[in-house]
Write a protein that binds this ligand. Sequence first.
Ligand SMILES: NC(=O)c1ccc[n+]([C@@H]2O[C@H](COP(=O)([O-])OP(=O)(O)OC[C@H]3O[C@@H](n4cnc5c(N)ncnc54)[C@H](O)[C@@H]3O)[C@@H](O)[C@H]2O)c1
Length: 350
Amino acid sequence: MHRAGLVGCGRIGSEFDDDPKRSNIATHAGAYSAVPETELVAVADINKEKLEKCIKKWDIGSAYQSYEELLEKEALDILSICTWTSQHLDIVKSAVEHGVKAIFCEKPIAVTLGDACQMVELCKTNNVLLQIDHQRRFCEFHQRVREILLNGKLGNIQQASFHYTAGIANTGSHMFDLLRFLFGDVSWVMAVQSENKSHNPTDPNLDGVIKFKNGLFCSIHACDVKKFLIFELDIIGAEGRIRITHSGFDLEFYEIQESNTFSGYKELYPSKPLINKNTPRDFMINGVKHIVNCLEEGKNSISSGEDGLRALELIHAFHISAKEGEKIHLPLTRKEHLDNIPGCEMDNII
Ligand SMILES: NC(=O)c1ccc[n+]([C@@H]2O[C@H](COP(=O)([O-])OP(=O)(O)OC[C@H]3O[C@@H](n4cnc5c(N)ncnc54)[C@H](O)[C@@H]3O)[C@@H](O)[C@H]2O)c1
């Protein structure tokens, strides 16, 4: 049995599972409670009300208002970090000092590249597994889409486009990670401020394009979250098309057929699904199962600290491009962009 602890009993820590519309476990506390190999032994939150609500909901033995005290008193194997992003580094430092073996950290990995680099380095040096919660990587549905692309079932990918809302860091972290998961590393980006503003002035919406190392172009379009939520990826191959819709809870498939409308042309028409629509979406539970499996088998996570760092690098590259009006090549080089970020030597990490 692996002893787990949780810092931050807010929405992703515990509260999303109060939502009657969510049919899958959607929180760290819920996932530890559902996985037989883990026991959530203690939680911490500076907010007493949230702390009490959480221990009552999940029947947890110990509660602390300070994460330092939690780490001091409980000998944890796994720690989930579900507090605000700017605090991730300090909590990682403390967890590593207290001998935690694995950290399951919320996205984005950090606010600054310097913090993210330190988190990755610290965990690597101390042999601590660092897993970032870009949860689509743990979802069978998205893993099957990746297999379809890798197996060439859509043929050569001609174009991809993404629509998102609610900030280039907040939602962008998921978007960039999913794109890297499906299409690999990025060569360069170009970005502009979006006309569709973000709800959060400190995390703007940016539009842009991404050129992947494999040659693929993907366009990025921000929409206004006050109108509706959208997180959709359209992938158009030479042999067909897949659209990931409803935040990744639905898929549409299209195949090439003789056109019904124009003689001598072919068009795309809805086809039977290449993936069973009932494929489970237990991504939070799978994330916890995966971290347990990595610990037991000494493997790295499929959603590693380095992957989190690369998603953050793309967020920063979009910001730099929107500010400077230029194409920004990746990886960001220390000389051009990282001199003023202490502790960040991107080239040394991967
Ligand atoms: N993976 C996802 O889909 C997803 C969804 C939502 C949020 N998030 C991420 O999770 C993190 C938290 O977001 P949220 O929406 O759950 O926030 P939230 O405000 O609902 O919860 C954060 C909790 O952390 C507590 N907290 C803050 N500082 C603390 C400290 N020093 N010690 C102990 N507790 C502390 C707060 O009191 C609060 O209860 C963010 O990094 C966010 O980007 C990820």
